[in-house]
Ligand binder design. Sequence first.
Ligand code: GLY
Ligand code: MN
Ligand code: MN
Length: 356
Amino acid sequence: MTPYAKRQKKLIAVLRRQGMDAFFVSKPENVRYLSGFGGDDAYLLLTGSKKFFITDSRYYLQAKKDVKGFVIIIAKKPLSELLAEISAKLKVKKTAFEAGQLPYAAYKRVAGRLSERGIEFLPLEGGIDGLRQVKDASEIALIRDSIAILENAVLYFESILKPGLSENDLASKTEYFIRAASGEWASFEIIVASGPNSAFPHARPGDRIIRPNDMVLLDLGVSYEGYKSDLTRVFFLGKINKKQKKIYDIVKEAQRRSIKAIKPGAKISEIDGIARGFINAKGFGGGFGHALGHGIGLEVHEGPSISTRNHAEIKPGMVFTVEPAIYLPNWGGIRIEDMILVTKKGCEVLTDDIDK
Ligand code: GLY
Ligand code: MN
Ligand code: MN
């Protein structure tokens, strides 16, 4: 069975448990997850017995090549009508949709057409996002490939990092490097934040020129075959001063302690609490506002959120970031971000080869 067929089977089981007969999928990452199709403007309708892949003529050849086990339909009429026709033919009574995805206008159109034929259109809660939180072997392989490209990109960044270049120069050269090396893109807008700019957790690179004793924060990720990576390192250009060293060591130790506690069965909120408690105890709690991390895969930010509010348990196969930080306005910020794979007994730091 292909990974796609396995995922479809699991999803159908979730559907059945919620009393649904069919699932309409419109989120591009979910379409990719279930069918392997990496383009835009494609939709799936899955039932226990039949699978439909709906797109337009631009994607026909790509779909024929990439999508197996689906009836491929090139839509010649509005999607809502098409869905209603297919569902009626299959005698579907309840069709589910991705609760967090469908815009209201689209929901109304489809729900209206389905209801004309006596079919309910209902949200599927958590189903597919829950499945995506645990990665299978083929996904882990692609994440590792993404990290291999990322590692080269970080080495490249280090090789060009010098006083006199602007943050923008560094970001754009690194973006080009990724494009040339992999044919893909950075997985989000590259963050190069120098000096006091590093106090902004999601700084945009600007025209600030790097100076001889700056610290420079790089937050970089790569997309490979849809799978994302995400990593933060801080570089010190001159001699590291006492305050920089003190804060760097606190963040690094906070990260080490949290990572050490990651294992199946541990509570996610406790993993966040370990790093946060350590940073608080050192007197810098006010400088760490965001969650400790986030799941990553087909999206840079996906479930599970590694936060104090998430009391779910860690499961083998989860991939997420651990990124404690201390941000001090007008001084700068230090964040150290790595990607973790939860194993049967503990975890593996997937980005461990990228020096800190
Ligand atoms: N690069 C965005 C983040 O670390 O979440
Ligand atoms: Mn991140
Ligand atoms: Mn990041």
